[in-house]
Design a protein around this ligand. Sequence first.
Ligand code: ADP
Length: 222
Amino acid sequence: MVERIPHDAPVLVIGLGRFGAATAGQLQRLDREVLGVDEDAHLVQKWSDRITHTVQADATSLEALRQLGAGEFSIAVVAIGSSVEASVLITANLVDLGVPQIWAKAVSQSHGKILSRIGANHVIYPEAEAGVRVAHLVSGRMIDFIEFDDDFAIVKMYPPKPIRGMTLAESGVRKKYGITVVGVKSPGKEFTYATAETAISDHDVIIASGKTRALDRFAALG
Ligand code: ADP
């Protein structure tokens, strides 16, 4: 049975480098209780007024983690890329302590594979994922891009010229380009779900969905 974790469960964040601090800071803004752990006293001090609890500790030590009450957390984030050994050891410790949901940052595919093998439930590749997103964003008129595992994506973008000044039925986007316009936001107006009669104008922003390759081609239309 999949264990249900309350949506307001406190989160243990290990490693307060750029990634860990950004994760902890945003969780805090979402009103989550956070325990941030780093072995670097300066970083612990730096974040102490912005994160609910911060503790200086070497998290590779199972004993140190026990003392922090790490086993009581239902969600932990291992945000260490500078030492693969530490990241792997800490993740293994959290698995041993029975933390049911472990998110871990990986710096390479092999690092990620090891993390998954030892029991991390979610492996994140921040640099690689950001690089892929940026490539999509710079090569067309996309403003934002979310890809699902199966080559399907949703993008926020400025409409390419061939579909402006007419309705979606007139431009035939779905048939011609193989993508679906989900909604449109015109300046100063509310977001609306798109229908065949929706007219697209120059300053609109659209949300489109479809196969990644089709969306890339569509976004590069100019
Ligand atoms: P980023 O690229 O996101 O800045 P880093 O991998 O450079 O991430 O940062 C890792 C952080 O984790 C550093 O602040 C470091 O002090 C901390 N860290 C590394 N090893 C341990 C450990 N064994 N216990 C606790 N914190 C650690």
